[in-house]
Design a binder for this molecule. Structure first.
Ligand code: SAM
Length: 370
């Protein structure tokens, strides 16, 4: 998952430290992996709200921002596993120590017998081994019914699924059983999914907000119109012209629990079911950020924006955002070096061919009402 985690230790954390205390609520409008929402909610006595177009992101945020007490990961796992194991054991799952092309084809054939809306049908033999996919389905169907256990377990499931996915970085396309990619498929398929869930539970269960907040699936521009004076808003919008939902559709389906029938090598649901962002379209990205900044200025809130300093594939760069913001906010600029995912965006004229991860300077714009 793409994340601002590294930047929290590289300038952003200090800026938050200085600004959070002067505000009554922290609002992450593009929460993604929820790393910033978790950071603020767990460190500071401030109500934290998180928004994103994607459900998996709201799931991750909710697990921490919506509770103010630690949970016991061992107790959670023991009870969850007991229920899920019954479901897992009811399935006759093909297994093999030797992951070769024949086994991959066998796995796909086996998965095709499951209901087309099941996670096993969609992903076994592709992003996950039959054993992993069966555990994902069994654990998803056995999520505790009550909050906050429900949110914690769901987040751990999404985190483990992200770690195990047999795909390069994001779930855009799974590795195929070719001569070059088979070894990567093997590495992912051989992961013990239940161990990855326990590791995730150990990470997330002890973490909690100091003040109970909220997490929602909502468009940032709509959410902004509900904000008010005293809010500190964090804005880390898309920089790619490729929709995020293209890369996170597997986590999205796991967060929801079922999927529409999937198609293609990437195992996508139909396009009209994938969240689409105006920030990931070259023709609308600038007007979207301008509209967002205007709404925030009208609401008299402070904001922190992070964005790469060069023109990104969605056509905007930090200087464009800065000049739009300077008309309506007092803006201070900080620059940090970072490595970020290109999310497979098209090659750039100035920066050459597309790379999976790119180093570049990123700007942090701190905005206060005029
Ligand atoms: C650059 S990522 C944010 C990463 C995040 N700060 C982190 O640390 O993981 C941008 C996020 O914005 C979300 N997004 C895109 N358009 C949106 C919109 N209009 N409203 C809310 N979220 C949006 C995407 O789903 C994606 O998760």
């Amino acid at each position: 998952m793409g994340s601002k985690r590294a930047m929290l230790g590289n300038g952003l954390g200090e800026i938050l430290e200085r600004m959070v205390g002067r505000h009554e609520r922290f609002v992450d409008l593009f929460a993604g992996s929820a790393s910033v929402a978790w950071h603020v909610a767990s460190r500071y006595p401030i109500e934290t709200w998180a928004f994103d177009l994607q459900r998996y992101s709201a799931v991750l945020a909710a697990a921490v921002v919506q509770r103010n007490k630690p949970a016991d990961p061992v107790k959670l796992w023991t009870e969850w596993l007991r229920r899920a194991a019954l479901r897992f054991q009811a399935v006759d799952v093909p297994m093999s120590k030797n992951i070769n092309e024949a086994f991959v084809l066998k796995a796909r054939h086996w998965a095709s017998k499951f209901d087309k809306t099941s996670l096993v049908n969609a992903y076994a033999g592709h992003y996950y081994s039959p054993v992993q996919a069966t555990w994902i389905q069994a654990l998803r169907d056995s999520i505790p019914s009550k909050s906050p256990d429900k949110e914690i377990c769901l987040a751990a499931l999404v985190m483990a699924a992200s770690k195990c996915a047999a795909s390069p970085g994001h779930t855009a396309q799974p590795f195929q059983p070719t001569d070059t990619a088979l070894k990567y498929l093997q590495i992912s398929w051989q992961r013990d999914f239940c161990v990855d869930v326990q590791v995730a539970l150990n990470q997330v269960a002890p973490l909690h907000a100091q003040v109970v907040g909220e997490a929602h699936v909502e468009d940032a521009n709509k959410a902004a119109s509900q904000l008010s004076q005293g809010d500190l808003v964090f804005i880390d919008p898309p920089y790619s012209a490729v929709q995020y939902s293209r890369f996170y559709h597997v986590l999205e389906a796991i967060a929801v629990g079922i999927t529409s029938p999937v198609f293609g090598v990437g195992r996508y649901p139909p396009l009209n079911e994938r969240p689409s962002s105006q920030y990931s379209q070259k023709t609308t990205s600038l007007s979207a950020i301008q509209e967002l900044l205007s709404t925030l200025a009208e609401r008299d809130v402070s904001a922190i924006v992070t964005f790469p300093d060069h023109e990104c594939s969605n056509g905007i760069d930090a200087n464009l955002i800065k000049s739009a913001a300077s008309k309506i906010f007092k803006v201070k600029t900080h620059r940090v070096s970072s490595v970020f995912s290109t999310l497979g965006g098209p090659a750039s004229k100035t920066r050459g061919p597309r790379l999976a991860r790119m180093s570049a300077d990123e700007m942090i714009l701190c905005m206060e009402p005029k």
